[in-house]
Design a protein around this ligand. Structure first.
Ligand SMILES: Cc1ncc(COP(=O)(O)O)c(C=O)c1O
Length: 306
């Protein structure tokens, strides 16, 4: 049985409730990695394997140090995790129709996961194909699952990979445009999310916090105006399976009632971003209902930029 403990720690218990393993799970929400490096250090010190949920992190990069060569290079976040799990589902930065990737530090874990994802069979179909003869002599050391990826998704993913950096650059442009306009308007009700120091941010999401209990109101008003936002995420303890822990995640509870993920995708333009910011300012009570003030401010900002 898997049990969720304090501080995103997962423990695995046998049938008698005896703890047999402990893991730390870190989620890189929206492409940001928060205090990942600190958590990595703590895990190293306490000898706890670290599992990185990298569903939003395709293309997020930090500096990797190669002590043996006394060199550094930009690297995909997750190179130092024990396990990194990526999502290539249709709305992610590297979209296929639906697939993902698990990367293990330990080769034995990798081997076992490949077997378990393919019904427990010890050799892949490719490994069993020998000079035109299909070799049926394989073993099934474990009962596995049918969770393997397929070649169609693989082919889509390989093509998408070519565009990942370029797409992420465009996402960054849109995100910078949001930040630029929000900085100019300096709205009291809006708190930007602190970003970590990254070489490249995947910018899967552009989340902001709406203070003063106005989140739901702002979302509803935006939706009336044809602007559809998301929330990443609702506090887990609001779901029935985790409500035993209600009240134990004070920060998540507070923040999740304030978060909005604003629209951010490759079919948007900088003008779309501007329109969204203008609508938000218009909805907030702290602004008078004269859009011309906002438009004037942002217009001057654009002129100043050019
Ligand atoms: C943070 C996070 N982790 C994991 C997943 C699951 O990814 P998948 O649907 O590819 O299994 C998602 C999907 O949206 C996600 O947002």
């Amino acid at each position: 049985m898997v049990v969720m403990g304090r501080n995103t720690q997962l423990s695995i218990e046998d049938d008698n409730g005896v703890q047999i393993a402990v893991y730390k799970v870190f989620v890189g929400i929206g492409g940001n990695i928060g205090q990942y490096e600190r958590v990595r250090e703590i895990c190293n010190l306490q000898n706890i394997p670290l599992i990185l949920d990298a569903a939003h992190l395709a293309g997020t990069q930090t500096m990797r140090v190669y002590p043996q060569y006394q060199a550094m290079a930009q690297s995909q976040v997750g190179w130092d995790a024990d396990v990194s799990v990526f999502s290539f589902q249709a709305v992610k930065n590297l979209p296929t129709a639906d697939s993902g990737m698990i990367c293990f530090k330990d080769e034995e874990d990798d081997k076992l996961a490949r077997q378990l994802s393919w019904l427990g069979i010890d050799k892949s179909t490719y490994d069993r194909y020998n000079k035109g003869t299909y070799n049926w002599k394989y073993d099934v050391p474990n009962v596995g699952y049918k969770y393997h990826g397929n070649a169609l998704m693989g082919a889509i993913g390989l093509v998408q990979l070519k565009y990942l950096d370029e797409d992420n650059q465009y996402r960054n442009l849109l995100a910078e445009t949001y930040s630029h306009y929000f900085n100019i308007l300096n709205l009291e009700t809006i708190e930007p999310i602190k970003e970590s120091n990254l070489k490249v941010h995947s910018r899967h999401l552009y989340p902001i916090r709406i203070k003063k209990g106005l989140r739901d109101f702002v979302m509803e008003e935006l939706s009336e105006r044809g602007i559809y936002c998301g929330v990443h995420y609702l506090d887990n303890t609001k779901y029935p399976m985790y409500n035993y822990a209600h009240g134990s995640c004070k920060n998540a509870h507070e923040i999740s009632s304030e978060l909005i993920s604003l629209p951010l995708h490759l079919h948007m333009s900088k003008d779309d971003v501007k329109r969204i910011v203008i609508e938000i300012a218009d909805i907030l009570p702290e602004y008078d209902k004269d859009k011309s003030i906002t438009k004037g401010l942002l217009g001057r900002a654009d002129n100043g930029k050019k």
